[in-house]
Design a protein around this ligand. Sequence first.
Ligand code: HEC
Ligand code: HEC
Ligand code: HEC
Ligand code: HEC
Length: 123
Amino acid sequence: MRKTFLILVATAAMVAGFWALAGDAAAPKEVLTFEAKLGTVTFNHKDHADKIGDCAACHHTTKAGETPQSCGSCHDAKQVVENAPKLKDAVHSTCWDCHTSKLEAGEKSGPIKKDCKACHVKG
Ligand code: HEC
Ligand code: HEC
Ligand code: HEC
Ligand code: HEC
């Protein structure tokens, strides 16, 4: 009985520890959608965050414990500002670079650059 209890406590501590390591109090939103002329993009945010386990893989400026800011708060839609690529380019390369490297490594992956319509779906 006592042993079971201790295991439960240890597991809870590990889970809490994981979230602390993953860097955030704010749990990631489940699914995000982006409206675009080419079609709406549906992004499984929580699924990605869980599988990748590192918020900074996409939220590159976020320090452990901070809630990430939207990309658009630094990346302008129309121009490069202080070396920060345009919003579309910043988001695209974040998505493509990882998917391409996973694909090349023979692992499960997502749409790459040429697969516009796999991400952008017309409603
Ligand atoms: C891995 C998924 C993915 C792929 C593949 C992809 N896109 Fe996107 N695209 C997005 C996301 C997400 C956004 C939203 C970025 C933002 O505004 O924050 C976006 C935004 C855009 C925008 C800017 C919004 C608009 O309506 O003007 C254009 C243009 C665009 N994509 C064109 C393309 C083209 C062309 C291709 C293929 C060469 C492509 N995309 C492939 C995910 C993708
Ligand atoms: C695979 C890439 C990826 C990973 C990993 C990821 N996120 Fe995100 N997250 C995004 C994108 C893209 C957005 C949309 C940002 C925007 O709308 O400009 C976003 C948006 C957010 C937002 C909303 C920001 C706002 O104000 O609009 C929060 C909060 C957030 N993420 C938290 C997290 C946390 C916490 C983790 C780690 C547990 C995480 N994310 C992991 C890509 C990712
Ligand atoms: C607090 C401001 C800020 C936020 C928020 C931010 N970025 Fe950036 N980002 C920058 C700056 C500044 C640069 C230019 C970095 C340099 O000079 O090397 C940059 C560069 C990049 C680059 C180019 C390669 C690199 O890493 O230098 C990519 C890709 C990128 N950002 C993607 C994103 C995505 C995707 C998001 C949202 C999930 C995001 N950024 C949120 C400020 C930000
Ligand atoms: C650090 C790596 C990484 C980044 C960054 C990343 N992905 Fe993925 N993505 C994956 C992996 C791995 C899979 C395959 C997951 C699986 O099948 O288990 C995937 C699968 C997908 C899929 C197909 C399955 C699904 O969830 O619908 C889509 C669509 C997708 N990603 C969109 C995006 C978009 C949009 C972005 C950028 C905002 C992005 N991804 C950024 C690693 C990444």
